[in-house]
Design a protein. Structure first.
Length: 154
């Protein structure tokens, strides 16, 4: 009792071959489509619907961001070790993701994190516009994360 099973200890750091990137692909593609529609069709969107379109971008950003950081954590836990990600602040998680080539810019990802925290205040038009702007910038970062995970996942 109290001793870790030796066979579990040996397999802890083996590469995770079961990482399903489907949810990240789906969330990223949905965000990209909403950003594309809003930016390329902006002039055609009636003024009365622009807040609705912006709300859609923000909602898709929320989902894509949540899936992104959780996928980072899952990959790091499986491929580097759970001890380096369990209970760490988000900045530390992003720093470790950068060390392992999953993301390039920790500060940029912290700005995404701050914007995600602001999404509960999107009833304020100024804040909503700021979050939507960040969401537009998040789409390529999420796509880059997905590409990095695919490259390392095999």
């Amino acid at each position: 009792m109290g001793h870790e099973n030796p066979s579990r200890r040996k397999t802890r750091h083996f590469r995770d071959t079961t990482l399903d990137l489907g949810s990240l692909e789906s969330a990223t593609a949905t965000l990209e489509r909403s950003v594309f529609a809003a930016t390329s069709l902006h002039a055609a969107i009636p003024e009365a619907l622009r807040d609705t379109v912006r709300s859609g971008i923000i909602q898709n950003f929320e989902v894509a961001y949540e899936v992104s950081w959780k996928m980072m954590k899952r990959w790091l836990s499986a491929n580097v070790g759970p001890d380096i990600v369990n209970g760490v602040p988000r900045r530390e998680l992003f720093r470790r993701a950068a060390e392992n080539g999953l993301i390039a810019d920790v500060d940029l990802w912290m700005s995404f994190h701050a914007a995600r925290n602001e999404t509960s205040h999107t009833y304020d038009h100024g804040r909503a516009a700021e979050v939507a702007t960040v969401a537009v910038g998040f789409a390529p970062a999420a796509r880059a994360l997905l590409s990095a995970l695919r490259a390392r996942h095999g």
